[in-house]
Design a protein around this ligand. Structure first.
Ligand code: KG4
Ligand code: ZN
Length: 345
C-alpha cells in the first residue's frame, strides 16, 4: 500500500491531496484564485504566485487532517514541476522539497499533463468514470487552458504525441472568445452556459486547414468570431461591443465549431491506432457538449472525470505519482521547475 502527499501549484489553484495506491482519494483540498483573477480577466502571474505563498501551508495541513493520516503513514511527497507559470510552480516545488527533506521522505516530480491523464485512474463516483480494467492502447485527448494534444498510451507512463494545436489551446480559445463577448474569466463555463440558449448553426465557421492529420487550430475560429462581432459595430477601446451582437448564438456556434474539430480528429486517431477507449482530460473536458458529442459518435467507450477532477487539482498528481513511485522514479534535491515541460519531446 502506498500513501502519497501530492502538491499542485502550476497555475491558479493551490492544491494538496493524499492518494492511496494511485486510486483512492483520502483527501483533496483546492484553494482557487478564480475570483481574484476574474478582476483582471485572466491569470495575473505575480498575483498567482503570491497567493500560493499565502495558502500553501494551510492547504497542505488541511489535506493531512482530512485524510486522517499522520506524516509517518506517508511513503512519498509528489509535486508538479511543469508545465505552468514559473512563479507558481516554484512555490509548490519548494514546499514539497522542504517537506520531503524535513520528514525524510522521497520526492517524486510530476508533469501536470500526466496528472490530467491519471485522473482517470482515481476511483471516485461520476457518470463518465473509466472502469478499473482499462486496456491499452488508450487514446487521450488533453484539452486545457494551455494544451490541446492527442496522446496515444500503449502502456503506463508511455506516451506518443499524435498531434497538437498549431496555435491556441482549446481552453485559451474559450477564454479569449469569452473575453471578446464580455463574459468574464474563466471563459469555458460562461460560454457553455450561454450556448445552451443559443443556436449552434446560426454562424458557420469554416474548418481550419492545417498540416498534420491530427493537428488542431483554434485561432481562425477565434478571429472569425471577432470579425462577426465587428459587423455589428466597432469594438471599443474598453472592449465594449455593440448591444445588438447575438452573444448566445455566437457562443453556441463557436462551441459547436470547437467541439466538431476536437471530435473529428479524436475519432480518426482512435480508429487509426485501434484505441480501446478515449479518455478526455483537462479543464475543457468539463464541457458537456464535448463529452456527449464525442460519446454519441464514438464506436469505442469515451470516459471523462467528474467536474472537480477536470480542472486543476492535486489528486490527479498523486495518482500519476503512484505509478512513477512504483517504477522506482525519484527526484533529486536539485529538482527544478520546467515551465515548458513536455509530455513527449
Ligand atoms: O486544466 P485546467 O483547469 O487548467 C490548465 O491546466 O490549463 O483548464 C482550464 C481551462 C480554461 O481555459 C477554461 O476556460 C476551460 O479549461 N474550461 C472549459 C470549461 N470549464 C473549464 N472550457 C469549456 N467548457 C467548460 N465547461
Ligand atoms: Zn490543468
Amino acid at each position: 500500500m502506498t500513501k502519497i502527499l501530492a502538491i499542485e501549484t502550476s497555475c491558479d489553484e493551490t492544491a494538496a491531496s493524499i492518494i492511496q495506491d494511485g486510486r483512492q482519494v483520502l483527501s483533496n483540498v483546492v484553494a482557487t484564485q478564480i475570483e481574484v483573477h476574474a478582476k483582471y480577466g485572466g491569470v495575473f502571474p505575480e498575483v498567482a504566485s503570491r497567493m500560493h505563498v499565502e495558502t500553501i501551508v494551510p492547504v497542505v495541513n488541511e489535506a493531512i487532517e482530512k485524510a486522517e493520516a499522520g506524516w509517518r503513514d506517508l511513503d512519498a511527497i509528489a509535486v508538479t514541476y511543469g508545465p505552468g507559470l514559473p512563479g507558481s510552480l516554484l512555490v509548490g516545488v519548494n514546499m514539497a522539497k522542504g517537506l520531503a527533506l524535513g520528514r525524510g521522505l522521497p520526492l517524486v516530480g510530476i508533469n501536470h499533463l500526466e496528472g490530467h491523464i491519471y485522473s482517470h485512474w482515481l476511483r471516485v463516483p461520476g457518470d463518465g468514470m473509466a472502469p478499473d480494467d482499462l486496456q491499452f492502447p488508450l487514446l487521450i485527448l488533453i484539452v486545457s487552458g494551455g494544451h490541446t494534444e492527442l496522446i496515444l498510451m500503449r502502456d503506463h507512463l508511455t506516451y506518443e504525441k499524435l498531434g497538437a494545436t498549431a496555435d491556441d489551446a482549446s481552453g485559451e480559445a474559450f477564454d479569449k472568445v469569452a473575453r471578446l463577448l464580455q463574459l468574464g474569466y474563466p471563459g469555458g463555463p460562461q460560454i457553455e452556459k450561454l450556448a445552451t440558449e443559443g443556436n449552434p448553426h446560426a454562424f458557420r465557421f469554416a474548418k481550419p486547414k492545417i498540416d498534420g492529420e491530427f493537428a488542431f487550430s483554434f485561432s481562425g475560429i477565434k478571429t472569425a468570431v471577432l470579425r462577426t462581432v465587428q459587423t455589428y459595430g466597432p469594438v471599443g477601446v474598453d472592449g465594449s461591443i455593440a448591444a445588438s451582437v447575438p452573444i448566445k448564438d455566437l457562443a453556441a456556434s463557436f462551441q459547436h465549431g470547437v467541439v466538431d474539430q476536437l471530435v473529428d480528429k479524436t475519432l480518426a486517431a482512435a480508429a487509426r491506432y485501434g484505441a480501446t477507449a478515449i479518455l478526455l482530460s483537462g479543464g475543457v473536458s468539463a464541457n458537456k457538449m464535448l463529452r456527449y458529442v464525442m460519446k454519441s459518435k464514438s464506436p469505442v467507450p469515451v470516459y471523462w472525470p467528474p467536474l472537480w477532477l477536470c480542472t486543476d487539482n492535486a489528486a490527479m498528481i498523486g495518482a500519476a505519482a503512484h505509478f512513477r513511485f512504483l517504477a522506482g522514479q525519484r527526484a533529486g534535491w536539485d529538482l527544478d521547475i520546467d515551465p515548458n515541460l513536455k509530455l513527449v519531446e
